[in-house]
Design a protein around this ligand. Structure first.
Ligand code: THU
Length: 136
């Protein structure tokens, strides 16, 4: 299976587990790391609305918990007419573990809809210095 197809399948598989009783908007995200591993996450909402977390945050947490800290590629999957691009906070979260050239793929239930780079979605980012060893 091609890497993008595997990312889509992973995001689609977890998306049904999203906890989104307040917005009704289920999102799944999947990250591929340079090792080839795939980590996924879903949005987890809360009765105290601002406490809810995005799918991207869940996928990043799973990656870091597994001992990895580089994003080779990330895919976000949600329904609706508008592209489900990462929110501003998640763009910053992604940037922590991804260089400007890394692809952020946006998908709907039927497949890939668009692809951007980290640099396109978060230009002139404040991020880890490229000299830092943990910077991907
Ligand atoms: N959401 C994500 O999980 N990721 C995105 O990229 C966009 C928005 C979630 C947050 C909230 O639970 C719901 O979608 C509606 O905004």
């Amino acid at each position: 299976m091609k890497s993008l197809e595997a990312l889509f399948a992973a995001a689609a598989a977890v998306r049904s587990n999203a906890y989104a009783p307040y917005s009704g908007f289920a999102v799944g995200a999947a990250i591929r790391t340079p090792s080839g591993a795939i980590f996924s996450g879903v949005n987890v909402e809360n009765a105290s609305y601002p406490v809810g977390t995005c799918a991207e945050a869940g996928a990043i947490a799973a990656m870091v918990a597994a001992g990895e800290n580089r994003i080779a590629e990330i895919l976000v999957l949600g329904d609706g007419e508008a592209l489900v691009t990462p929110c501003g906070a998640c763009r910053q979260r992604i940037r922590e573990f991804a260089r400007d050239e890394v692809n952020i793929h946006i998908a709907g239930p039927n497949g890939l809809r668009a692809s951007f780079t980290v640099g396109e979605l978060l230009p002139q980012a404040f991020g880890p210095s490229l000299a830092e060893s943990h910077a991907p």
